[in-house]
Design a protein around this ligand. Structure first.
Ligand SMILES: Nc1nc2c(ncn2[C@@H]2O[C@H](COP(=O)(O)OP(=O)(O)OP(=O)(O)O)[C@@H](O)[C@H]2O)c(=O)[nH]1
Ligand SMILES: [Mg+2]
Length: 301
């Protein structure tokens, strides 16, 4: 039997649907998803099987014009994921079309593109009419020589099988890179922190989700099969702490409950989840916070 295996990097503007597509390909939620931009902060690998091929999807942070150190590290992580991949899939939102952000990504692809394999996936096709799609596909293919174009809805599942089958046939021949039953390549403590950050992002408004980070500080296995997980939410300002806690602590309580339920479902066992909010004004400038997120601090320079 000839097996194939390799890395498929999903890149695109923030909110394009990269994490949604990763999860659909894997068949489980390995990467958090929200309706807000810049949800994913680091590269997240999710593993899928198709016939004799093992596809390692690399979900990346959205590509945008970075302002802060964290933004720069995120964008660097995304381009790094693209540079290391066997095949790159650029996701473009059907209803937004060729935005300035998409144009800048196409310029970036010209730079790293020599000899690379790059496919286009127009996502969220459930949001537009078919005739608009054809025009968008033509426009994008005139701007860049994509190897293939797919029209998909990562959320509804349209076109996703065709994309996966094509990728499976194009990856290099070779042994599988992960055990057959592995679906993600991220430590559990990080997945747990991400789940909490997702609930925070969904619940908190405006800039606050961008000003906090979550870390799992300890993970203790208990004899009864359950686990006790302690997490810290770092915020940059005193005022933010109050908002995260909420009136009589009801915000943090609701977030903790939602995160715990999802974690229990994911792990299939009982979890005792404890959260603490700490004010740390300079967390965005601390190397350790970046390594905890899976980012390279130096990339933020
Ligand atoms: N209508 C529609 N919505 C979608 C589709 N795919 C993703 N979405 C939604 O788009 C939003 C962003 O999805 P994500 O998967 O978090 O996007 P992302 O590219 O990972 O975003 P960042 O991590 O911020 O770069 C979410 O609200 C998704 O539910 C789709 O095919 N159709
Ligand atoms: Mg994402």
């Amino acid at each position: 039997m000839t097996t194939r295996a390799g890395f498929v990097a999903l890149i695109g503007e923030p909110n394009a649907g990269k994490s949604t597509l990763t999860n659909r390909m894997v068949g489980a939620k390995v990467s958090i998803v929200t309706h807000k931009v810049q949800t994913t902060r680091a590269r997240i690998r999710g593993v899928a099987l198709e016939g004799d091929s093992q596809l390692v999807f690399v979900d990346t942070p959205g590509l945008f014009q970075p302002k802060r150190r964290l933004d720069r590290a995120m964008v660097a992580a995304a381009w790094g994921g693209a540079a290391d991949a066997d095949i790159i899939v650029l996701l473009v939102e059907a209803h937004r079309g060729v935005t300035d952000g998409v144009k800048r990504i196409l310029d970036g692809l010209e730079e790293i593109g020599q000899g690379r394999r790059i496919a286009l996936a127009i996502n969220k096709i459930d949001r537009v009419k078919a005739e608009d799609l054809l025009a968008l596909s033509k426009d994008l293919n005139e701007r860049y020589g994509f190897e293939q174009t797919f029209m998909i809805s990562a959320e509804k599942g349209h076109g996703v099988d065709a994309l996966r089958e094509w990728l499976a046939g194009e990856l290099p021949e070779g042994p599988w890179l992960y055990p057959e039953d592995q679906i993600a390549d991220l430590p559990m403590r990080m997945i747990a922190a991400e789940m909490t950050r997702e609930k925070l992002t969904l619940r908190l408004h405006q800039e606050l989700p961008y000003q906090l980070t979550v870390e799992t500080e300890s993970w203790e296995e208990r004899k009864d099969g359950s686990a006790r997980i302690d997490q810290v939410i770092y915020v940059a300002r005193d005022g933010h702490k109050g908002i995260v806690l909420g009136n009589k602590g009801e915000t943090i309580k609701a977030i903790s409950k939602a995160a715990r339920e999802e974690l229990q479902e994911f792990l299939g066992r009982k979890i005792h989840l404890f959260m603490q909010v700490k004010v740390r004004e300079k967390w965005l400038e601390e190397a350790e916070r970046y390594s905890e997120m899976g980012l390279d601090f130096k990339d933020g320079n």
